[in-house]
Design a protein around this ligand. Structure first.
Ligand code: BGC
Length: 720
């Protein structure tokens, strides 16, 4: 390592300023957007050493062609770092991240990252801009779909698993890619849920909710971190010295690469903290940003800044060193062509599709199943598949399908047809996703009426209605879908035909009327490549649904932000007392709480055990509960462990998630679900925001979701 660092220092000593700034510059190759038109004018810049990193390039041949220019034709032969957004799969599109969060399964999170890494690496990619770790408590924010949902503990588990999966045991392996924890930090609480808007939250919320997943990423050895586009209380993250330099680098010891978001350094001018590109570059460099993505600000601004004495050569060299070290860790100096040299065998590709189907099915959340209408009975009758998402195979890919954008996805209609060869599967779209034309509704209703056994009504958002720059002020069913649904529900009700709604969405949708009137509601999010098979697996009972929502579902827009970990208030809700915390015109409870989701089993909880009952900071508390499957089908239950510190020096949340486990049970079977609670998890930030472990009683609550009424509770005494 020492020798390698010396080699890097020697290399730096040979570099001109322009070459150094090239290593701090990342430009788009336009490949992903325009097809194989390689790098446009970046080709010359790579040759003359003024561009050292590319994004949006993939494919073994194009990457190696570009790499060859850098390695063989540039003066110093420094290999390129190729970055790409591998967000939920690469060519094989997995469920969107919010859907994957719903699996509550670290094994799945790591495995899909590993497979995506292998696939991306086979395409020459060495760095992914993932995982996205922004906790979101405002579903209007379109980027909610890219992240872990509302809970900081869950975000920490996803952070660890994803980084393990992407980076593997050896970053230099031809099957590993460097991960980027993004967007650092507190991007989720943008004002009004509007993307890129202002953020202003307390230091406590910042530290309790938004930083833990990034701290976990650093501990896991994440290679890179990307600051958010946003500003926090007046300081843009791209220039946030206190958080980038003092917290990430000094406090956490992060020595990887900080890569700016797309054009974010230049946007410091629009934020109004820099007058021009020179000032913008100085602010970002001083804060610790190593790579300038797409702004060209370092190349343009830093030479002037250096001349004016606003930055030092040493400051620039430190950034260059970090970038070169990452290239070295990735094995790029040893063999710039290692990623993409070996094509993947067809059986690997096929097994990845099976994984997409499996994870797709496990990420679905069954919200309602009145009279156990699901699973569909062995069906040789007539199924009417209605709605604009029924045959919408392109939409199934979700928000960020990266290299899999043009790959075909399985629609629900094709999935059902394949799974029910003896049934008559009729289809009508009724309306488009967002259009105003209602002329197709009558036909759809006719399809329902003519001898149907069950209606599968596929509704929801288009893929592009969530994700970046996709905030919605009305997160409901778009277009005329409500008119379609009401007409279909009315006719089905008149003829006593059950209606199963499959809802596609990148965020919770506010649809209380639909929840009430549908017989069953299956939230599918966007399951990706194998969507239709995954949905059908659950509808037919081949798989018992086991997803749990990682974010609360409100009943009305006015409840936002709605999340389960509210702090205790002085006037908790009491329906008998007007002067307590509630609405006059809406319940304050969610439509579906965090963690909610049904299966084809039915579970009851008894006999919560906590041992030892008195613990000090270094103890690990064993928590166990008996779970019985009272239903008629085998199924898996997800068991949540929450805590509540009722008396502490600062107000604590009503519930805090501290553990999750799963237990699979046959009908009638009882099993013990066991969880471990390290007492150190009960530390919190005291009055002065320093971590404290306070003596006293803590409630331990275990059950199926973040609804206190459904949880068993026991007490634990902490001693210091
Ligand atoms: C997004 C990032 C992404 C980057 C590169 C930006 O617009 O905010 O999440 O990694 O583009 O594609």
């Amino acid at each position: 390592m020492i020798a390698a660092m010396n080699a890097i220092d020697k290399l730096i000593a040979r570099m001109t300023l322009a070459e150094k700034l090239g290593q701090l510059t990342m430009t788009a190759a336009s490949y992903a957007v325009t097809g194989p038109v390689i790098a446009g004018d970046s080709t010359d810049s790579i040759r003359n050493g003024t561009v050292g990193n590319l994004l949006n390039l993939f494919g073994a041949k194009p990457v190696q062609d570009m790499q060859r220019i850098a390695v063989e034709e540039s003066r110093l032969g420094i290999p390129l770092l190729i970055g790409f957004d591998v967000i939920h799969g690469h060519r094989t599109v997995f469920p969107v991240p919010l859907a994957e969060a719903a699996t509550f399964d670290p094994g799945i999170w790591a495995l899909t990252a590993r497979e995506a890494a292998r696939e991306a690496a086979a395409d020459g990619v060495a760095l992914t801009f993932a995982p996205m770790l922004d906790v979101s408590r405002d579903l209007r924010w379109g980027r909610t779909v890219e992240g872990p949902g509302e809970d900081p503990w869950l975000a920490v588990q996803i952070s660890r698993a994803k980084i393990r999966g992407f980076q593997g045991a050896d970053l230099a392996s031809a099957e590993s890619v460097a991960a980027t924890a993004k967007h650092f930090c507190a991007y989720g609480p943008v004002a009004g849920g509007r993307d890129y808007a202002s953020v202003d939250i307390s230091e406590r919320t910042l530290r309790e909710v938004h930083l833990p997943a990034f701290a976990a990423a650093v501990r896991e050895g994440v290679a890179a971190i990307m600051p958010a586009f946003t500003e926090l209380a007046g300081i843009p993250m791209t220039a946030h010295t206190a958080l980038l330099r003092d917290y990430l680098r000094a406090e956490l010891g992060f020595d990887g690469v900080i890569v700016s978001d797309y054009n974010a350094i230049a946007e410091l001018i629009k934020h109004g903290v820099a007058g021009d590109v020179v000032e913008a570059a100085v602010l970002a460099l001083k804060a610790g940003v190593d790579i300038d993505m797409m702004a060209g600000a370092y190349r343009e601004g830093l030479p002037v800044a250096l001349e004016r004495g606003l930055v030092t050569g040493n400051e620039i060299d430190q950034c260059v060193r970090r970038v070169l070290r990452l290239k070295e860790r990735l094995g790029l100096f040893a063999d710039p062509y290692r990623r993409g040299t070996t094509a993947e065998p067809p059986e690997t590709v096929a097994s990845r599709r099976r994984l997409a189907r499996d994870v797709g099915a496990k990420s679905l959340v069954l919200m309602k199943n009145a009279d156990e209408v699901l699973p569909l009975p062995e069906c040789s009758g007539r199924v009417s598949v209605i709605g604009p998402l029924a045959a919408a195979s392109r939409e199934m890919r979700g928000t960020w399908a990266a290299a899999g954008y043009d790959e075909p996805n399985v629609s629900v209609l094709s999935g059902l047809r394949a799974a029910l060869p003896d049934a008559k599967v009729a289809h009508a779209e009724g309306v488009t996703i967002a259009g105003a034309d209602v002329s197709g509704i009558a036909t759809a209703v006719d399809v329902v009426a003519s001898g149907t056994d069950v209606v599968v009504l596929c509704l929801g958002e288009a893929a592009e209605m969530s994700g970046e720059a996709a905030s919605r002020a009305f997160p409901e069913l778009p277009g005329e879908q409500r008119a379609l649904a009401e007409a279909v529900l009315a006719r089905a009700r008149a003829e006593d035909i059950p209606v199963v709604v499959v809802l596609f969405c990148g965020r919770p949708l506010i649809v209380p009327w639909l929840v009430e009137r549908a017989d069953a509601l299956l939230v599918a999010w966007f399951p990706g490549r194998e969507a239709g098979h995954a949905v059908t697996d659950v509808l037919t009972g081949r798989v018992s649904p086991c997803g749990r929502t990682p974010i609360s579902w409100p009943r009305s827009l006015g409840q936002i932000p709605l999340f389960y970990a509210q702090r205790a208030c002085g006037r908790p809700e009491n329906p008998e007392d007007r002067f307590t915390s509630k609405y006059l015109d809406s319940p304050s409870s969610p439509q579906f709480p965090f963690g909610f989701g049904l299966s084809y089993g039915r579970f009851s909880y008894t006999n919560l055990r906590v041992s030892p009952r008195t613990a000090s900071a270094e103890d690990v508390i064993e928590v166990a509960v008996d779970v019985t499957n009272d239903g008629a089908r085998a199924a898996e239950e997800t068991v949540f462990l929450f805590v509540r510190d009722r008396v502490a020096s600062v107000v604590r949340p009503l519930l805090e998630l501290k553990g999750v486990t799963k237990i699979a049970l046959q009908p009638g079977e009882t099993g013990a679900a066991r969880l471990q609670l390290p007492a150190t998890e009960l530390r919190f930030l005291g009055l002065d925001l320093e971590s404290v472990f306070e003596a006293g009683e803590v409630e331990v609550l275990v059950g199926p979701c973040a609804d206190a009424a459904q949880l068993l509770s026991s007490r634990l005494t902490l001693r210091t």
